[in-house]
Design a protein around this ligand. Sequence first.
Ligand code: GLA
Length: 351
Amino acid sequence: MPDRVTAFAPGRVNLIGEHTDYNDGLALPFAIGAGVTVRATATGEDQVHVIAADLDAHDTFELGRPGRVSGWRAFARGAVGELTTAGASLVGARLEVSGSVPRGSGLSSSAALEVALCLALLGIAGAPVPDRLDLAGICSRVENEWVGARTGLLDQIASLFGQPDRAMRIDFQSLEVTPVALELDGHQLVTLDSGERHANAASGSDANGETGYNQRRAECMRAAELLAVDSLREATLAGADELPEPLNRRVRHVITENERVQQTVAALSAGDLEHVGELLNASHESLRDCFEISTPAVERTVVALRAAGAVGARIMGGGFGGHVLGLLPAGATPPDGSLEVRPGPGARIFR
Ligand code: GLA
Protein backbone atom coordinates (compact mmCIF):
# COMPACT_ATOMS: atom_id res chain seq x y z
CA MET A 1 0.00 0.00 0.00
CA PRO A 2 1.39 3.47 -0.86
CA ASP A 3 2.10 6.01 1.93
CA ARG A 4 1.00 8.94 -0.20
CA VAL A 5 -0.98 9.46 -3.37
CA THR A 6 -2.30 12.53 -5.14
CA ALA A 7 -5.50 12.53 -7.17
CA PHE A 8 -6.62 15.26 -9.54
CA ALA A 9 -10.06 15.61 -11.11
CA PRO A 10 -10.92 18.36 -13.58
CA GLY A 11 -14.00 20.55 -13.73
CA ARG A 12 -15.89 20.71 -17.00
CA VAL A 13 -17.38 23.00 -19.57
CA ASN A 14 -20.57 21.81 -21.23
CA LEU A 15 -20.53 23.02 -24.84
CA ILE A 16 -24.22 22.21 -25.23
CA GLY A 17 -26.87 19.82 -23.86
CA GLU A 18 -28.11 21.34 -20.60
CA HIS A 19 -30.61 19.69 -18.22
CA THR A 20 -30.72 16.71 -20.56
CA ASP A 21 -28.63 14.25 -18.50
CA TYR A 22 -31.35 13.31 -16.00
CA ASN A 23 -33.80 13.06 -18.91
CA ASP A 24 -31.86 10.27 -20.69
CA GLY A 25 -30.80 12.83 -23.31
CA LEU A 26 -27.60 14.03 -24.97
CA ALA A 27 -24.79 16.42 -23.97
CA LEU A 28 -21.42 17.54 -25.32
CA PRO A 29 -19.07 18.49 -22.45
CA PHE A 30 -15.29 18.51 -22.10
CA ALA A 31 -12.93 18.37 -19.11
CA ILE A 32 -10.95 21.59 -18.48
CA GLY A 33 -7.52 22.24 -16.98
CA ALA A 34 -8.78 23.56 -13.64
CA GLY A 35 -10.00 21.08 -11.04
CA VAL A 36 -9.60 19.67 -7.54
CA THR A 37 -6.49 18.03 -6.08
CA VAL A 38 -6.63 15.67 -3.09
CA ARG A 39 -3.35 14.66 -1.42
CA ALA A 40 -3.81 11.51 0.66
CA THR A 41 -1.43 10.28 3.36
CA ALA A 42 -1.96 6.92 5.07
CA THR A 43 -2.25 7.29 8.86
CA GLY A 44 -2.65 3.69 10.00
CA GLU A 45 -5.72 4.81 12.03
CA ASP A 46 -9.39 4.03 11.50
CA GLN A 47 -10.24 7.68 10.97
CA VAL A 48 -10.37 10.01 8.01
CA HIS A 49 -9.08 13.58 8.49
CA VAL A 50 -10.09 16.04 5.80
CA ILE A 51 -8.40 19.42 5.47
CA ALA A 52 -10.06 21.89 3.11
CA ALA A 53 -7.17 24.26 2.41
CA ASP A 54 -9.32 26.80 0.51
CA LEU A 55 -11.94 26.99 3.27
CA ASP A 56 -9.49 26.88 6.16
CA ALA A 57 -11.68 24.15 7.67
CA HIS A 58 -11.32 20.50 8.62
CA ASP A 59 -13.33 17.41 9.50
CA THR A 60 -12.62 14.08 11.19
CA PHE A 61 -14.82 10.96 11.14
CA GLU A 62 -14.64 7.19 11.65
CA LEU A 63 -13.94 5.17 8.50
CA GLY A 64 -16.68 2.69 9.42
CA ARG A 65 -19.23 5.36 10.45
CA PRO A 66 -18.99 8.41 8.21
CA GLY A 67 -22.30 9.89 9.49
CA ARG A 68 -24.57 12.43 7.77
CA VAL A 69 -23.70 16.14 7.85
CA SER A 70 -24.48 19.08 5.61
CA GLY A 71 -22.18 21.41 3.67
CA TRP A 72 -18.73 20.62 2.28
CA ARG A 73 -18.10 17.89 4.89
CA ALA A 74 -20.78 15.72 3.23
CA PHE A 75 -18.51 15.09 0.23
CA ALA A 76 -15.69 13.10 1.89
CA ARG A 77 -18.13 11.31 4.20
CA GLY A 78 -20.28 10.41 1.20
CA ALA A 79 -17.24 9.23 -0.78
CA VAL A 80 -16.24 6.90 2.07
CA GLY A 81 -19.83 5.71 2.53
CA GLU A 82 -20.53 5.02 -1.15
CA LEU A 83 -17.13 3.42 -1.92
CA THR A 84 -17.59 1.12 1.09
CA THR A 85 -21.11 0.20 -0.04
CA ALA A 86 -19.66 -0.56 -3.49
CA GLY A 87 -17.30 -3.07 -1.84
CA ALA A 88 -14.00 -1.13 -1.57
CA SER A 89 -11.79 -1.79 1.50
CA LEU A 90 -10.61 1.68 2.50
CA VAL A 91 -7.90 2.72 5.00
CA GLY A 92 -7.56 5.64 7.40
CA ALA A 93 -6.02 8.69 5.77
CA ARG A 94 -5.39 12.39 5.96
CA LEU A 95 -6.88 14.09 2.87
CA GLU A 96 -5.76 17.59 1.90
CA VAL A 97 -8.14 19.17 -0.57
CA SER A 98 -7.39 22.19 -2.74
CA GLY A 99 -9.08 23.46 -5.86
CA SER A 100 -8.46 25.69 -8.85
CA VAL A 101 -12.05 25.63 -10.10
CA PRO A 102 -14.31 28.25 -8.50
CA ARG A 103 -17.02 26.72 -6.29
CA GLY A 104 -20.67 26.98 -7.38
CA SER A 105 -19.67 28.51 -10.69
CA GLY A 106 -21.22 26.11 -13.21
CA LEU A 107 -17.80 24.57 -13.90
CA SER A 108 -18.59 21.50 -11.85
CA SER A 109 -16.50 21.98 -8.75
CA SER A 110 -18.72 19.45 -6.92
CA ALA A 111 -18.12 16.55 -9.30
CA ALA A 112 -14.39 17.37 -9.44
CA LEU A 113 -14.31 17.15 -5.63
CA GLU A 114 -16.24 13.84 -5.55
CA VAL A 115 -14.07 12.24 -8.23
CA ALA A 116 -10.76 13.43 -6.70
CA LEU A 117 -11.84 12.24 -3.22
CA CYS A 118 -12.87 8.80 -4.52
CA LEU A 119 -9.66 8.34 -6.52
CA ALA A 120 -7.51 9.44 -3.56
CA LEU A 121 -9.33 7.10 -1.14
CA LEU A 122 -9.00 4.16 -3.54
CA GLY A 123 -5.37 5.01 -4.36
CA ILE A 124 -4.20 5.25 -0.75
CA ALA A 125 -5.93 1.93 0.04
CA GLY A 126 -4.26 0.26 -2.94
CA ALA A 127 -7.78 -0.70 -4.06
CA PRO A 128 -8.62 -1.20 -7.75
CA VAL A 129 -10.31 1.71 -9.50
CA PRO A 130 -13.75 0.53 -10.74
CA ASP A 131 -14.83 0.88 -14.34
CA ARG A 132 -15.07 4.67 -14.94
CA LEU A 133 -18.81 4.63 -15.65
CA ASP A 134 -19.39 2.75 -12.39
CA LEU A 135 -17.19 5.27 -10.59
CA ALA A 136 -19.22 8.13 -12.14
CA GLY A 137 -22.32 6.45 -10.66
CA ILE A 138 -20.70 6.19 -7.22
CA CYS A 139 -19.73 9.88 -7.32
CA SER A 140 -23.20 10.85 -8.44
CA ARG A 141 -24.71 8.97 -5.49
CA VAL A 142 -22.42 11.00 -3.18
CA GLU A 143 -24.02 14.13 -4.59
CA ASN A 144 -27.61 12.78 -4.66
CA GLU A 145 -27.71 10.92 -1.36
CA TRP A 146 -25.20 12.78 0.85
CA VAL A 147 -25.00 16.35 -0.48
CA GLY A 148 -28.68 16.52 -1.45
CA ALA A 149 -28.46 17.73 -5.06
CA ARG A 150 -30.49 15.55 -7.45
CA THR A 151 -27.96 16.12 -10.25
CA GLY A 152 -27.39 13.75 -13.19
CA LEU A 153 -24.22 12.11 -14.46
CA LEU A 154 -22.98 14.83 -16.80
CA ASP A 155 -20.26 16.32 -14.62
CA GLN A 156 -18.84 13.08 -13.24
CA ILE A 157 -18.58 11.46 -16.69
CA ALA A 158 -16.99 14.61 -18.13
CA SER A 159 -14.40 14.70 -15.34
CA LEU A 160 -13.56 11.00 -15.66
CA PHE A 161 -13.55 10.67 -19.48
CA GLY A 162 -11.82 13.94 -20.51
CA GLN A 163 -9.32 13.87 -23.38
CA PRO A 164 -7.10 16.65 -24.76
CA ASP A 165 -8.60 18.32 -27.86
CA ARG A 166 -11.81 16.32 -27.59
CA ALA A 167 -15.29 17.03 -26.33
CA MET A 168 -17.42 13.98 -25.63
CA ARG A 169 -20.91 13.25 -26.85
CA ILE A 170 -22.69 11.47 -24.03
CA ASP A 171 -25.88 9.54 -24.62
CA PHE A 172 -27.41 9.23 -21.15
CA GLN A 173 -29.84 6.54 -22.28
CA SER A 174 -27.21 4.06 -23.50
CA LEU A 175 -24.36 5.65 -21.46
CA GLU A 176 -22.28 5.65 -24.62
CA VAL A 177 -19.43 8.20 -24.53
CA THR A 178 -18.09 9.19 -27.98
CA PRO A 179 -15.07 11.52 -28.39
CA VAL A 180 -15.73 14.46 -30.74
CA ALA A 181 -12.79 16.49 -32.13
CA LEU A 182 -13.10 20.10 -30.99
CA GLU A 183 -11.45 22.04 -33.83
CA LEU A 184 -12.30 25.67 -33.40
CA ASP A 185 -10.73 27.13 -36.55
CA GLY A 186 -9.12 30.04 -34.68
CA HIS A 187 -12.19 30.71 -32.51
CA GLN A 188 -11.80 30.61 -28.76
CA LEU A 189 -14.14 29.36 -26.06
CA VAL A 190 -14.19 31.44 -22.90
CA THR A 191 -16.16 31.44 -19.68
CA LEU A 192 -17.10 34.63 -17.89
CA ASP A 193 -18.33 34.72 -14.31
CA SER A 194 -21.80 36.22 -13.83
CA GLY A 195 -20.74 36.99 -10.24
CA GLU A 196 -23.66 34.97 -8.85
CA ARG A 197 -22.92 31.73 -7.02
CA HIS A 198 -25.24 28.77 -6.69
CA ALA A 199 -25.33 25.44 -4.91
CA ASN A 200 -27.37 22.86 -6.81
CA ALA A 201 -28.66 21.57 -3.48
CA ALA A 202 -29.98 25.04 -2.68
CA SER A 203 -30.27 27.08 -5.87
CA GLY A 204 -33.24 29.30 -6.59
CA SER A 205 -35.36 28.36 -3.58
CA ASP A 206 -39.08 28.78 -4.23
CA ALA A 207 -42.04 29.34 -1.95
CA ASN A 208 -42.45 25.60 -1.34
CA GLY A 209 -38.91 25.30 -0.05
CA GLU A 210 -38.07 23.15 -3.07
CA THR A 211 -34.93 24.35 -4.81
CA GLY A 212 -34.50 25.49 -8.39
CA TYR A 213 -32.40 22.62 -9.73
CA ASN A 214 -34.25 19.89 -7.84
CA GLN A 215 -37.55 21.50 -8.76
CA ARG A 216 -36.72 21.43 -12.48
CA ARG A 217 -35.82 17.79 -12.17
CA ALA A 218 -39.12 17.03 -10.40
CA GLU A 219 -41.03 18.92 -13.12
CA CYS A 220 -39.38 16.80 -15.81
CA MET A 221 -40.25 13.59 -13.92
CA ARG A 222 -43.85 14.77 -13.56
CA ALA A 223 -44.05 15.61 -17.28
CA ALA A 224 -42.73 12.13 -18.20
CA GLU A 225 -45.39 10.61 -15.94
CA LEU A 226 -48.18 12.63 -17.56
CA LEU A 227 -46.89 11.67 -21.02
CA ALA A 228 -46.62 8.01 -19.91
CA VAL A 229 -42.99 7.71 -21.13
CA ASP A 230 -40.00 6.30 -19.23
CA SER A 231 -38.05 9.51 -19.78
CA LEU A 232 -38.32 12.73 -21.76
CA ARG A 233 -36.04 11.16 -24.40
CA GLU A 234 -39.23 9.54 -25.71
CA ALA A 235 -41.33 12.73 -25.52
CA THR A 236 -42.56 14.52 -28.66
CA LEU A 237 -43.29 18.21 -29.31
CA ALA A 238 -46.92 17.32 -29.99
CA GLY A 239 -47.07 15.60 -26.59
CA ALA A 240 -45.43 18.64 -24.94
CA ASP A 241 -48.14 20.92 -26.35
CA GLU A 242 -50.80 18.93 -24.49
CA LEU A 243 -49.17 19.53 -21.09
CA PRO A 244 -50.08 22.39 -18.73
CA GLU A 245 -47.77 25.37 -18.12
CA PRO A 246 -44.88 25.29 -17.31
CA LEU A 247 -44.37 21.57 -17.97
CA ASN A 248 -45.00 22.06 -21.71
CA ARG A 249 -42.06 24.47 -21.92
CA ARG A 250 -39.77 22.31 -19.78
CA VAL A 251 -40.33 19.38 -22.17
CA ARG A 252 -39.92 21.57 -25.25
CA HIS A 253 -36.52 22.65 -23.93
CA VAL A 254 -35.34 19.07 -23.39
CA ILE A 255 -36.48 17.86 -26.83
CA THR A 256 -34.98 20.80 -28.74
CA GLU A 257 -31.77 20.73 -26.66
CA ASN A 258 -31.16 17.09 -27.60
CA GLU A 259 -31.58 18.09 -31.25
CA ARG A 260 -29.13 20.97 -30.79
CA VAL A 261 -26.50 18.57 -29.43
CA GLN A 262 -26.82 16.45 -32.60
CA GLN A 263 -26.64 19.56 -34.77
CA THR A 264 -23.57 20.86 -32.90
CA VAL A 265 -21.71 17.58 -33.46
CA ALA A 266 -22.54 17.85 -37.19
CA ALA A 267 -21.57 21.55 -37.35
CA LEU A 268 -18.22 20.84 -35.65
CA SER A 269 -17.42 18.06 -38.07
CA ALA A 270 -18.30 20.39 -40.98
CA GLY A 271 -16.09 23.14 -39.44
CA ASP A 272 -19.13 25.49 -39.35
CA LEU A 273 -18.33 27.52 -36.22
CA GLU A 274 -20.90 30.22 -37.07
CA HIS A 275 -23.61 27.58 -36.84
CA VAL A 276 -22.16 26.27 -33.55
CA GLY A 277 -22.53 29.85 -32.26
CA GLU A 278 -26.17 30.02 -33.42
CA LEU A 279 -26.89 26.75 -31.64
CA LEU A 280 -25.33 28.09 -28.41
CA ASN A 281 -27.56 31.17 -28.67
CA ALA A 282 -30.65 29.03 -29.28
CA SER A 283 -29.73 26.88 -26.27
CA HIS A 284 -29.48 30.01 -24.12
CA GLU A 285 -32.88 31.29 -25.26
CA SER A 286 -34.48 27.95 -24.51
CA LEU A 287 -32.85 27.75 -21.05
CA ARG A 288 -33.97 31.31 -20.31
CA ASP A 289 -37.54 31.20 -21.71
CA CYS A 290 -38.59 27.55 -21.52
CA PHE A 291 -36.51 26.20 -18.65
CA GLU A 292 -36.38 29.52 -16.76
CA ILE A 293 -33.00 29.14 -15.07
CA SER A 294 -31.40 32.45 -16.08
CA THR A 295 -30.96 35.50 -13.87
CA PRO A 296 -30.42 39.24 -14.58
CA ALA A 297 -26.69 38.87 -13.80
CA VAL A 298 -26.40 35.99 -16.27
CA GLU A 299 -28.25 38.00 -18.93
CA ARG A 300 -25.84 40.93 -18.45
CA THR A 301 -22.91 38.53 -18.84
CA VAL A 302 -24.35 37.09 -22.07
CA VAL A 303 -24.77 40.64 -23.41
CA ALA A 304 -21.13 41.49 -22.49
CA LEU A 305 -19.86 38.44 -24.39
CA ARG A 306 -21.99 39.19 -27.45
CA ALA A 307 -20.86 42.85 -27.38
CA ALA A 308 -17.27 41.57 -27.49
CA GLY A 309 -18.13 39.78 -30.73
CA ALA A 310 -19.14 36.31 -29.47
CA VAL A 311 -20.90 34.33 -32.21
CA GLY A 312 -22.62 32.39 -29.42
CA ALA A 313 -23.03 32.74 -25.65
CA ARG A 314 -25.08 30.83 -23.14
CA ILE A 315 -25.70 30.03 -19.51
CA MET A 316 -23.95 26.82 -18.49
CA GLY A 317 -24.50 24.07 -15.93
CA GLY A 318 -27.33 23.94 -13.41
CA GLY A 319 -28.26 27.61 -13.85
CA PHE A 320 -29.32 30.40 -11.44
CA GLY A 321 -25.90 32.08 -11.79
CA GLY A 322 -22.43 30.74 -12.43
CA HIS A 323 -20.20 31.09 -15.49
CA VAL A 324 -21.42 31.93 -18.98
CA LEU A 325 -19.83 30.28 -22.03
CA GLY A 326 -18.88 32.33 -25.09
CA LEU A 327 -17.53 31.40 -28.53
CA LEU A 328 -15.44 34.22 -29.95
CA PRO A 329 -14.04 34.48 -33.48
CA ALA A 330 -10.34 35.02 -34.21
CA GLY A 331 -9.28 38.58 -33.43
CA ALA A 332 -12.08 39.31 -30.92
CA THR A 333 -10.97 40.47 -27.48
CA PRO A 334 -12.89 38.69 -24.71
CA PRO A 335 -14.32 40.88 -21.91
CA ASP A 336 -12.06 41.44 -18.87
CA GLY A 337 -12.11 38.50 -16.49
CA SER A 338 -12.81 35.88 -19.20
CA LEU A 339 -10.97 32.58 -18.95
CA GLU A 340 -10.08 30.66 -22.09
CA VAL A 341 -11.11 27.01 -21.79
CA ARG A 342 -9.99 24.03 -23.85
CA PRO A 343 -10.34 20.26 -23.48
CA GLY A 344 -7.83 18.57 -21.19
CA PRO A 345 -7.26 15.07 -19.83
CA GLY A 346 -9.64 13.36 -17.41
CA ALA A 347 -9.17 12.55 -13.73
CA ARG A 348 -6.01 10.71 -12.68
CA ILE A 349 -3.96 9.40 -9.73
CA PHE A 350 -0.27 10.27 -9.26
CA ARG A 351 1.61 7.83 -7.07
C1 GLA B 1 -25.43 20.52 -13.13
C2 GLA B 1 -25.63 19.04 -12.79
C3 GLA B 1 -25.59 18.17 -14.05
C4 GLA B 1 -26.51 18.70 -15.14
C5 GLA B 1 -26.30 20.21 -15.32
C6 GLA B 1 -27.32 20.81 -16.26
O1 GLA B 1 -24.14 20.74 -13.59
O2 GLA B 1 -24.63 18.62 -11.89
O3 GLA B 1 -25.92 16.84 -13.71
O4 GLA B 1 -27.85 18.39 -14.88
O5 GLA B 1 -26.37 20.91 -14.10
O6 GLA B 1 -27.11 20.33 -17.55
